[in-house]
Design a protein around this ligand. Sequence first.
Ligand code: SF4
Length: 352
Amino acid sequence: MTEKLSAETSLRGYAGVLTTQKLPYGLVPAELCPVIHCVKSLNHLADRDVVALNPNGYVRTLFRVASEHNVLFATDRCNSFCLMCSQPPRDVDDSDRLSEHLRLIELIDPRTREMGITGGEPTLLKDGLIHIVRKCKEFLPQTAIHILSNGRLFYYGSYAHNLAEVGHTDLMVGIPLYADTDHEHDYIVQSRGAFDETMVGFQNLGRHGVAVEVRVVTHRLTVHRLENLAEFIYRNLPFAAHVAFMGLETVGFAVPNIETLWVDPWDYRHELEQATRYLADRGMHVSIYNHQLCTLPVSIWTYSRMSISDWKNEYLPICSACTARERCGGFFSSSIRARHSEHIGPFEVLPA
Ligand code: SF4
């Protein structure tokens, strides 16, 4: 809180106190509400942001009103173990987090345009995920909900049916597909049988009218079959609302696996161009995420999006001289530190 706390301050209606002030012991009785004081700075927070106060003094920012990239972290657990997982799973019992998620939804600004639900694997909450989506529909009716899932539990038609039954009118499930062959997809997600489950999951969601997005992370193990994968998607998932080709984020498991995964985007630019054009020419909605424009053929610039979350998006010093800077998605902060294309170069004039 920004106002100066004194014995006269009324804390009626406050769920907790977070302040930079040093408070005398007992000024706010512990039974009234939780207090964290002597915080170094609150400058990153704004009115209507939502934070969680932990008894050990740890403060988690759960929602930022100024951000376009808010997500609800459903669970730390996952039933896959992808080689490039950016949020490595933890096998913990976090079933008690559901009540926190439901409370968070009540506190989020209802004018929020979009919110993600991610993890871990959100479907491991099973009916809990259905409750979350139902609560979003009730409290955030204007907010588009985008669930990131490996899709495997939608293999169970009843689960896809239950999600559809919520009747959320602006809901999409984004599901990764890494290859058009089962053994390659299963190897990348480190789970035998995942490809079959995911494909049935896609079909079940489509059958029940839930919008799906196909997400393809581009790295050394996926780029050699990008064109085959594009054809596979067109023939088997023509109902997909969106297909996203996504550059690698060098965090999490991608760090120890970098030599296995890394390929300069410049080296697969033609494969990416063919795959993108193949789908777009057949009327599918395609996007390219996490790529720098100077690594892409100009013919597919129109599909490139500014996709990297604001808090982890950076540019190289040479980018300040680039006329494409305003249209370019830039870099993950982690990629700037770890590895990026050797073909980054500013445009003096924008290509026609
Ligand atoms: S030089 Fe920088 S801003 Fe320009 S296209 Fe390349 S990465 Fe983007």
